[in-house]
Design a protein around this ligand. Structure first.
Ligand SMILES: [Zn+2]
Length: 281
C-alpha cells in the first residue's frame, strides 16, 4: 500500500485528511491531520514538528482563514507542529489542556510535548464554530488525562482514543484504564455516524466497533485475573502469557496496559501486589 503522504484527501464535504511522514510501530503509517471546514478551517492534530508536513498543511489551507489549531492530546506525534504552524499562519491554539509536568513521565508509545501552550482550553461540551457549524469538544480521558475528541456534523475526530488499526495504549501514570473504559462507554452512548482517528482508517460502524473494544478490554481483564489467580506473577510473566507472539517493539506498551488493568483491579479490591508480583486479593 502506498501511503498518501502530503496529499490532502477530501473525505467528505468539510473534512479533509493529511498524513504526516512519521510511520512507526505506534503510529501506523503516521499521524493524520484533519482539516475541518471549507470557507474557514480548524486544523486538528497538526502532528509532529516536521517542516515538510507543516508545508503540506499550509498548502492544503490554501490561504483560507484558520479559526483554530486544535490538538486531541499532547503526545509528540500530535501537538508539536501546533506552535510553528500558529506562528506561520497566525491562528490560535485551541483544544486540550497542557499536562501538569509531574504527570509527564517517560512513556512507551510517545513522549509528551512539554512545549504545548494553548491559547484556549476547551472543556467537555464546549464548541467553536466552523462554517456556521459547531465543532464540539468531547472529553475522553484514559489514553492520556487531557484527551479530547471533536464532534462535527455527525463525525467524531477520535485522536488516539479510538484508532482504526490497533488498540489504544493506556500507560500509567497518565494513562488510566478505568477512565479509558468510561470514555469508551461515553462514545457508545453517542450516535456519531463515523469516526476519523489520528491513526488508521475511518471507523464506519462506530457503535459496533466501540462495543468490540470494550469487550476486548474486559476479556483482557478476565485473563489477567485468571493468571494472577493461578500464582503470584510479575508484569513480564503476565505479558508473556497474555500476548503470545507479541512484536518485541510492543512489549513495553503491553506491560503498560497490563499495569493499567492491575491498578484498576487493585482499586476495585480484586488484586494486590507485594511490590513486583501480583495476586488475587
Ligand atoms: Zn497518543
Amino acid at each position: 500500500m502506498d501511503a498518501p503522504y502530503a496529499k490532502l484527501e477530501q473525505l467528505e464535504p468539510g473534512i479533509g485528511r493529511l498524513l504526516a511522514h512519521n510511520p512507526s510501530a505506534f503510529t501506523y503509517f503516521g499521524t493524520q491531520t484533519y482539516l475541518i471546514g471549507e470557507r474557514e478551517l480548524a486544523i486538528i492534530d497538526p502532528g509532529p514538528d516536521l517542516p515538510e508536513h507543516i508545508d503540506a498543511i499550509e498548502a492544503a489551507i490554501g490561504g483560507r482563514p484558520v479559526t483554530a489549531i486544535m490538538c486531541t492530546h499532547t503526545h509528540r506525534d500530535h501537538s508539536p507542529a501546533a506552535k510553528p504552524l500558529a506562528a506561520r499562519i497566525g491562528a490560535p491554539i485551541v483544544g486540550c489542556a497542557p499536562l501538569a509536568l509531574e504527570t509527564a513521565g517517560p512513556r512507551a508509545d510517545a513522549a509528551f510535548d512539554g512545549d504545548y501552550a494553548p491559547d484556549r482550553v476547551l472543556a467537555d461540551g464546549e464548541a467553536i464554530v466552523i462554517d456556521g457549524q459547531n465543532l464540539v469538544a468531547v472529553a475522553t480521558p484514559g489514553h492520556t488525562s487531557n484527551h479530547l475528541c471533536f464532534a462535527y456534523q455527525g463525525a467524531l475526530l477520535t485522536g488516539d482514543h479510538v484508532m482504526g488499526w490497533s488498540t489504544t495504549v493506556v500507560f500509567p501514570p497518565d494513562g488510566d484504564m478505568a477512565a479509558y473504559m468510561a470514555s469508551l462507554d461515553k462514545l457508545r452512548q453517542r450516535d456519531d455516524r463515523i469516526y476519523y482517528p489520528a491513526h488508521g482508517p475511518a471507523v464506519t460502524k462506530p457503535e459496533q466497533y466501540v462495543r468490540g473494544l470494550m469487550g476486548h478490554r474486559m476479556q483482557r481483564e478476565r485473563q489477567i485475573l485468571k493468571l494472577v489467580g493461578e500464582q503470584p506473577r510479575g508484569i513480564p510473566d503476565i505479558v508473556a502469557n497474555a500476548y503470545p507472539g507479541l512484536d518485541s517493539r510492543l512489549v513495553t506498551a503491553a506491560g503498560g496496559s497490563v499495569f493499567a488493568h492491575l491498578l484498576d483491579l487493585e482499586r476495585r479490591g480484586l488484586v494486590q501486589s507485594d511490590g513486583d508480583r501480583w495476586t488475587t486479593a
